[in-house]
Design a protein around this ligand. Structure first.
Ligand SMILES: Cc1cc2nc3c(=O)[nH]c(=O)nc-3n(C[C@H](O)[C@H](O)[C@H](O)COP(=O)(O)OP(=O)(O)OC[C@H]3O[C@@H](n4cnc5c(N)ncnc54)[C@H](O)[C@@H]3O)c2cc1C
Length: 288
């Protein structure tokens, strides 16, 4: 193990991590020390829950009690409006004017890999370039079908950097037909073209369901083993899933008229090994 470094950084949040990144890019060797554990967010966890002990999206009670023994406010409950680790894991104690020790949430920030930054950054809404683009051409529009700007091209859609299918020319086209709120759910309806030899990476849907209806060409769809018992008879292959490592998938031949349904929590992807374009329409809606 390496024991000498140019720079040692204590804390892996917004302060430490970018400095480490810049130093490493400049050729320095850097060690980051982080006292907190690694926490997985919901999208990395197969159950769709985060590793946080107190995740208010799923908590069945808003009550949180101080369990630090001996402090004056032991067993007092407090409420905060965001997900967080358990403050009892790292109590902050101060002595009040009467000489009594009290636990406090003042100054408390999450101690995890990524720093408190990971938690508080996660509270904020983050927009992807696609969100902004969709808004820019979708606002007030009733029909995007014939809009020449409605066609979005994705390179290596839903693939990690080390996915063996990644290639500079692995580009798929999506024509957004509808993207709007309907009946309390955001819905997306788009037409996808996968050119010959190209692949859409396998990925997981959490909080959304999606249906692919193949309209042209032939291809191979991947559906995670167990997601749909009707696929049990098909061969099993291992595929890399964006952000989630390798998983076993059923490999289904699809052609015009085939339907692939992926439930919330399910995983899927699709490939065009043929010589003609593979086209399908994808209908996605939110389930929570
Ligand atoms: C409730 C709340 C809401 C916020 N909202 C916003 C917002 O909306 N917008 C905004 O811009 N900012 C916001 N902030 C501020 C922002 O989150 C912080 O300024 C920023 O995250 C601080 O980054 P940092 O790297 O200094 O610290 P952190 O991200 O907290 O990282 C420090 C890390 O150092 C580790 N550490 C500490 N001591 C040691 C040690 N001795 N050995 C090893 N590791 C150690 C800790 O475990 C921690 O992981 C908010 C902060 C809070 C608390």
């Amino acid at each position: 193990m390496q024991t000498e470094f140019d720079v040692v950084i204590i804390g892996s949040g917004a302060g430490g991590s970018p400095i480490a990144y810049t130093l490493v890019k400049a050729g320095k060797s850097v060690l980051i020390l982080e006292k907190g554990p690694l926490f997985r967010p919901q999208y990395q966890n197969p159950q769709g829950l985060s590793d946080f002990k107190r995740d208010e999206l799923f908590a069945d009670s808003p009550e949180k009690r101080i369990r630090v023994p001996g402090v004056a406010n032991q067993n007092e409950a407090f409420y905060s409006s965001h997900v967080e680790p358990d403050i009892n894991d790292e109590p902050h104690i101060y002595r009040d004017p009467n000489g009594q020790d009290r636990a406090t949430i003042e100054g408390y920030t999450a101690q995890v890999v990524g720093g408190g930054t990971q938690l508080y950054g996660g509270v904020s809404l983050r927009f992807t370039p696609t969100d902004l683009r969709l808004q820019s051409f979708n606002a007030g529009r009733k029909d995007l079908k014939n809009d020449p700007n409605g066609d979005v091209r994705y390179r290596n859609a839903m693939m990690d950097g080390d996915n063996p299918d990644r290639a500079d020319d692995n580009i798929i086209d999506m024509r957004w037909i509808v993207q709007r709120e309907l009946g309390g759910s955001n819905i997306f309806f788009h037409e996808v073209t996968i050119p010959p030899g190209k692949v859409e990476g396998t990925h997981q849907h959490i909080g959304t369901e999606e249906l692919y209806y193949i309209t042209e060409g032939e291809g191979i769809a991947y559906m995670r083993v167990g997601d749909d018992p009707a696929t049990d008879k098909y061969p099993t292959v291992e595929r890399q899933v964006m952000g989630l490592g390798n998983h076993e998938f059923k490999e289904l031949p699809v052609k015009s008229g085939s339907i692939i349904f992926t439930k919330s929590g399910g995983m899927h992807g699709i490939r065009n090994p043929g010589t003609k374009p593979l086209k399908f329409v994808a209908f996605l809606y939110h389930t929570i």
